[in-house]
Design a protein around this ligand. Structure first.
Ligand code: GYE
Length: 325
């Protein structure tokens, strides 16, 4: 008898613990509480893009009535793995994350799968061949973004006869946008041997690192024609370095970057950047829709690609007043 009572008490405690977590996990809901709980592991706060993305996710969760457990990994994969494990332990209904790098996720994703918690990749991809480890991937086509930057360059320098010396500021090493933006750009410019990437290094997607690396590029190479920056923040840091070296950004050194955040668009309108490929951080509303569907066990497309455009200096002037981020 005593044993039976203690079993009942234990069951009661477990039920209470589950209810207080806001959901039963794996699509189940406890104690009549049908509010979805999402664990979201963000990359960090490295750029204007990221700040806008975080805001979009937080605001959309609120609007969709989804309880958000938000964790900032400060650009460290180990922090993201810890956050995902903690979400599994808390038995959230769905896990979404933006993987800082592409490799090394299989183990933790298998843990989520075994716990029957669906995973949505947001913004960045993983390179795992096992696509059953996540339900869908929502985000931009980064290779295409790199191609767009390359196509602009080819057009801009179509009449140039000599060598065009390019320096490249890469995003975070090993991240999908750094790998893909580099590849898409290289694919387009390699068609003409006059385009030469004379230096290429990571600037970690931050302004400070973009400035520091550009200073080093300028010291080592007096003859830079073009800067290709994988995001606006690094371009903005590089602009400070170029001005510091007594050169005029946008004229002495042409600049093409990716994102189209407000500060980047302002520099484009001011003539300091020459062309920006848009990458939208406003993924929140689509993410919440996908989350509701996967929690219900509904089918979702394996890949959801964000629609994006490009901006010239004139277009930036027109777009700036109504720019959301
Ligand atoms: O371009 C950059 C950010 O993953 C698309 O990450 C994102 C990139 C974005 O830090 O600014």
């Amino acid at each position: 008898m005593l044993k039976r009572i203690s079993m009942l008490v234990l069951a009661g405690v477990t039920a209470m613990a589950m209810a207080s977590c806001g959901g039963g996990g794996g699509g189940g809901t406890a104690a009549g509480d049908d509010k979805i709980t999402m664990g979201f592991s963000q990359v960090g706060a490295e750029s204007g893009w990221r700040t806008a993305n975080t805001k979009s996710v937080q605001e959309s969760a609120k609007a969709a009535g989804i309880e958000l457990k938000f964790s900032d990994a400060q650009q460290k994969q180990e922090n993201q793995i810890k956050a995902i494990r903690s979400f599994i332990q808390q038995r959230v209904d769905v896990i979404a994350f933006s993987p800082v790098v592409e490799s090394g996720w299989d183990t933790v994703l298998k843990e989520a799968k075994n716990a029957k918690i669906p995973v949505i990749l947001t913004d960045r991809a993983v390179d795992s061949p096992d696509t059953s480890l996540y339900k869908t991937f929502l985000g931009s086509d980064f290779v295409e973004e790199g191609r767009k930057a390359g196509k602009w360059l080819v057009e801009e320098f179509k009449d140039a006869t000599g060598t065009v010396n390019i320096v490249e500021l890469q995003g975070t090493t090993g991240s999908a946008p750094a790998n893909d933006r580099k590849a898409g750009f290289a694919e387009v410019i390699q068609a003409d041997p006059k385009f030469k990437v004379i230096a290429s290094q990571t600037g970690d997607f931050t302004r400070a690192k973009g400035k520091e690396v550009m200073e080093a590029f300028l010291k080592a190479h007096p003859d830079i024609d073009v800067l290709y920056a994988h995001n606006d923040d690094m371009a903005l840091g590089a602009i400070e370095a170029i001005e510091g070296a007594g050169k005029t950004p946008g004229k002495d050194i042409k600049i093409v970057s990716v994102d189209a955040v407000k500060d980047g668009m302002q520099a484009l309108a001011d003539g300091k950047i020459n062309f920006i490929v848009e990458c939208s951080p406003l993924l929140g509303p689509q993410l919440m829709d996908l989350a509701k569907k996967v929690v219900k066990g509904e089918q979702v497309p394996a890949r959801v690609v964000t629609e994006e455009t490009t901006f010239t200096q004139e277009q930036a002037k027109q777009a700036l007043p109504s720019r959301q981020y």
